[in-house]
Design a protein around this ligand. Sequence first.
Ligand code: ADP
Length: 190
Amino acid sequence: MLNIVLFGPPGAGKGTQAVKLIDQYKLVHLSTGDILRSELAAETKLGLKAKRYMDRGELVPDEVVIGMIETKLDQNPDAKGFIFDGFPRTQAQARALDNLLSGKNTAITTMLALEVEKQELIQRLMGRGKVSGRADDQDISVIENRITVYNRETSPVIDYYEGQGKFKAVNGMGSIEEIFDRLCSAIDSI
Ligand code: ADP
């Protein structure tokens, strides 16, 4: 299987690139942000629990997102591989993902980390907020908090995969096509 962790700060372009990568490599896209937003839209118990964290730019508790990923893995037994987008966001989530995958006799192949300057991130998120209607993209203090939470809680996930020899940095500045080509080269060089 080809199992990729697509990593990077909020606004790095993970969702945009994930859609192109699943088409190119025939993978299943698992975005915890997308799953949470659809739970929220359907007003499920899980969605309502997650809302107060998402609105503030805080992380939803680990057990909630880990349970969601477990369900999605079970629902796709014939997948050729997965792109994990927005997950894992803590080292505890990364360990849980390793356990879930080893229970299915597979593992993470690589972590591709998109690197983008902070000013560019803020510009992209504010721009997205105007068209997506996402409340967490429309408030500068929530955006700043998401970047702070990323630096504090999520960036240590890099060390986790670096320790396994699976970390690859990818320049996330430039056009969508340029960045896609860099990601494909990183995958094809494995
Ligand atoms: P972005 O990467 O643009 O910040 P996402 O769509 O990935 O946006 O996530 C939106 C929000 O959903 C996050 O700010 C967080 O509250 C919650 N969330 C998504 N994935 C996770 C996760 N793996 N762990 C905890 N919370 C998460």
